[in-house]
Design a protein around this ligand. Sequence first.
Ligand SMILES: Nc1c(O)cccc1[N+](=O)[O-]
Length: 225
Amino acid sequence: MRIDAISIFPDYFNVLELSLLGKAKQSGLIEFQAHDLRSWTTDKHKTVDDSPYGGGAGMVMKPEPWGLAFDDVLTPKSTVIFTTPAGIPFTQKLAQELSTREHLVFACGRYEGIDQRVVENARSEVEVLEISIGDYVLNGGEVAALAMLEAITRLMPGFMGNAESIVEESHSDGLLEYPSYTKPQSWRGLEVPEVLLSGHHAEIEKWRRAQSVERTRQNRPDLID
Ligand SMILES: Nc1c(O)cccc1[N+](=O)[O-]
């Protein structure tokens, strides 16, 4: 998979070198490049924003630099992801779907967002998704892109050393993950649940399933229809 990220703060993505993603890049599983949107400005001040039509607070990202950036970066097989609070919810299911795409382009807005014509223009050429990671306010789309990048790339075949580890995770089966324990067996007077020491795999699976359902009921009743 090829992944590009376009931002006025491309250094945000340097952190990817530290993680498994760095190894995936080295192994050739993923090609990643972050781009500075200002590379596509044409004035000496490298202007990327202007005041909003219709008035209102803040500034809006101008369409021209984005259009020139997409002209250079997009291919017919690209999927453009605008990270925005106004987007569809990012879910494990969506991460799974996006993990099979050939080329992802993350468009990271700042200020009050990107001129909507940038989305419309891109949509006339390639697949475009406006995606949100949650109902809270960030200063820009870079952090959201990093979260999505991690959730998507770790699902790619060959990315995680132990493929099983991505099977039993929260949200992989619509439920939250069961609680986990490791050595020591007793810690500050707190014991590991007996069933986990029994070696009885059927009973352990039954207990874990019940724990997942109970944890989901407590923390995410919306996931249980
Ligand atoms: N929530 C938010 C934001 O405030 C700014 C950019 C992207 C997002 N998001 O993806 O959720």
